[in-house]
Design a protein. Structure first.
Length: 288
């Protein structure tokens, strides 16, 4: 969703509208992948799961109701081009206000608690979200959102591999994590794989891989190998078997220490809900 019209349509309203749409309408590529897999599935039980998913997608579109009762926690990655004009205070406010408007306007379940261990009191507004900022090359600002349900998030994980583990070690680590997940994350899954950095960076990269994967040939090929290997596990749609355990695997990578090879996996369920807004040229106070 390009950011044209920022001067006439407030960024916060663009974000709110996009997030309200994302809880009920899947990205076209995601929907096409599901429909294609449904048409190919030969296992009877898995085919029934796919049939229910396709009907679910249609009902959500027609009714305006969310695709899933877990409308997810807002997760956001903001990539700011080093040549972009950027008033961080105004940009941050627009993103937070956009999320706030979306949860009021849309059918967002109140799913966030203030304290993670003790009182766990619900904030009552599905906020705050998780917002990450990073500098990149270019002159635009890219804003990515995932609506992160926790049935799948709870199946995400990280492995700190030996530096000699190599390509096969990465594949084996992802397979091990997917096996542990089994049918819990409502497969078919969408998999984001982060490789490199430190433990925390690998985890962030694994979510970036779901919205903006690596363009390097070697990593695109590794993604395909991983997807093939995951589908050979036979977990299948709904965990009931069949040939489609995952419909997507993407990788995002960055440099790491000579003594390590961090590999993180973020698991999304079939309702792979995401948003991408491009703010061309940047954003400052006069745009807000």
């Amino acid at each position: 969703m390009p950011g044209r019209g920022i001067c006439t349509v407030k960024l916060e309203d663009m974000i709110a509208d996009a997030l309200c749409s994302a809880i009920r309408v899947l990205d076209p590529e995601v929907e096409r992948a599901i429909v294609k897999a449904a048409s190919e599935e030969k296992d009877g039980k898995a085919a029934m799961v796919f049939d229910a998913i396709v009907k679910n997608i249609a009902i959500a579109k027609e009714s305006g109701l969310p695709l899933c009762q877990d409308t997810g926690m807002f997760w956001c990655l903001v990539e700011i081009g080093r040549s972009a004009r950027c008033d961080m205070k105004s940009l941050d406010r627009a993103i937070l206000d956009g999320m706030r408007k979306a949860q009021k306007k849309g059918f967002y379940r109140k799913s966030v608690v203030e304290d993670p261990v003790f009182e766990r009191r619900n904030t009552g507004c599905n906020l705050p979200g998780v917002v990450n900022y990073r500098m990149v090359s270019g002159r635009n600002i890219d804003i990515y959102f995932l609506l992160k349900g926790f049935g799948s998030e709870n199946c995400s994980s990280v492995r700190m591999l030996n530096p000699t583990s190599g390509r096969q070690g990465v594949i084996d680590a992802v397979l091990d994590m997917v096996k542990d997940a089994g049918g819990k994350p409502c497969p078919p899954m969408f998999l984001g794989i982060g490789i490199g950095g430190t433990l925390d960076r690998a985890a962030l990269l694994s979510k970036k891989a779901l919205v903006s994967p690596s363009g390097k040939k070697e990593y695109r090929m590794l993604s395909k190998e991983i997807l093939t290997a995951v589908n050979e596990l036979g977990i299948g749609a709904g965990g009931l078997g069949g040939s489609h355990t995952a419909l997507y695997a993407g990788i995002a990578e960055e440099p790491t220490h000579i003594a390590g090879l961090p590999v993180a996996l973020t698991v999304n369920c079939w309702a792979d809900r995401k948003v991408h807004i491009v703010v061309e040229g940047g954003f400052d106070e006069k745009d807000s």
